[in-house]
Design a protein around this ligand. Structure first.
Ligand code: UDP
Length: 372
């Protein structure tokens, strides 16, 4: 069988592309090197709990087109992400909001909080923030930077906050209201039944072959389709010939506990430098909401998340979008533009710290251009 498209990778980008291509009357085959579909949004059922095997994924978007699209393939619950920060046993509300400022400084009004942030920013002498540290201090002041940002960020990225780009911290809102919804997004939730089911719905009726490594079998696989949609790491595609792009990897220690409630929240971030994990995820709270229903389940599954520098053989999770890697990516992109009959897409294919909604938007844009 010869296909119009061979889609390499069954994560969100690949699954959306495959679905749209089939809708446009094309023939498609999807392959994935893992034994399961869904890439890093893969969820696995453990004792009735959908475990986010490759880290917490909370769907959030302001893009109505994306929301209308994805809700055709899953019904979403009303989960709202409100992580808690644990700094040496002191608990703070995230993202940075009036609950956080009250706990940190005892301030009660938004004016008092703003004045405190302004004072600390002035003392730190920051006018134009040049890196993550300066950006963080100018947004929330030194105390919050020291207790809730510095240690966590350095663990997550394995780099000093002065060596990291400021956009990373701008992902988080800062609010002078009592609102601990982590995302400024009109639409938010978790697909009921898990992400794997959502991706399976996208791939419904499409030929999928698992445990197939594209790069190891490139020559034969290229023959089976007119065009390839490649969602793996762009540098791996070119056999790292210009050097390796840096990624952060994550390792999870997952435990099934014989208790109904371990931490009372889906995510608790450990923001000190000494605790070796960055956060603990308690998966059931993504799904059930903080109500009696969740507590009826006598067990719970937790994952401690450890961050590490990616090395060949590890799973890449986060592109390190600093200047050095950005420049190297541009070189790879030039090589990619010189290739024929291949599309590079997704977090790894485009080396971009994409959220799920942005991946879907990017895939839909590509489909509009490619399948028109
Ligand atoms: N961050 C932090 N403290 C926290 C949570 C996040 O300093 O408790 C910073 C950290 O630098 C992180 C960035 O904010 O890399 C973005 O966090 P986000 O939660 O968006 O990261 P993700 O969910 O993609 O891992």
């Amino acid at each position: 069988m010869h296909y119009d498209y061979l889609v390499v990778g069954s994560g969100l980008y690949g699954a959306v592309f495959a679905r749209e291509a089939v809708k446009a009357g094309k023939t498609v085959k999807v392959i994935d090197k893992r034994p399961n579909i869904a890439g890093n949004v893969y969820t696995e059922d453990v004792e009735g709990i959908h475990v986010h095997k490759y880290g917490a994924h909370i769907f959030h978007t302001n893009n109505k087109k994306v929301w209308d699209y994805i809700t055709q393939y899953a019904e979403f619950n009303r989960f709202t992400n409100s992580p808690v920060a644990n700094y040496k046993g002191e608990l703070y509300s995230l993202p940075f909001n009036m609950y956080t400022f009250n706990k940190m400084w005892g301030v009660v009004t938004p004016e008092e909080a703003a004045a405190k942030i302004e004072e600390q920013k002035r003392e730190a002498n920051i006018t134009e923030p040049k890196n993550l540290e300066e950006q963080a201090i100018s947004l929330v002041g030194t105390d919050i930077y020291e207790k809730l940002i510095k240690g966590y960020t350095e663990k997550q990225w394995g780099r000093d906050c002065t060596d990291l780009p400021s956009f990373i911290i701008k992902r988080l809102p800062v609010r002078l209201t009592f609102d601990n919804n982590y995302f400024n997004a009109l639409y938010q939730g978790i697909p009921m039944g898990g992400y794997t089911k959502m991706v399976a719905n996208l791939l419904d009726g499409i030929e999928v072959e698992l445990n197939v490594d594209y790069l190891e079998n490139k020559e034969e696989l290229d023959k089976i389709a007119d065009k390839v949609v490649y969602t793996g790491p762009i540098d791996a595609y070119f056999d790292y010939k210009l050097g390796t792009l840096e990624y952060r990897s994550v390792r999870f220690e997952t435990e099934l506990l014989d208790k109904p409630n371990f931490q009372g929240n889906a995510a608790v971030n450990y923001t000190d430098r000494e605790t070796p994990w960055t956060r603990i995820i308690e998966h059931k709270w993504f799904e059930f909401g903080k109500d009696d229903e969740g507590n009826d389940l006598p067990k719970t599954v937790i994952s401690r998340e450890y961050s590490s520098e990616w090395k060949p053989g590890d799973e890449p999770y986060y592109p390190v979008n600093d200047e050095k890697n950005g420049a190297l990516y541009e070189e790879y992109k030039k090589l990619a533009e010189g290739e024929t009959n291949i599309i590079f897409g997704g977090r790894l294919g485009e080396y971009k710290y994409y959220d799920m909604d942005a991946v879907i938007a990017s895939a839909l844009d590509m489909c509009e251009r490619e399948l028109a």
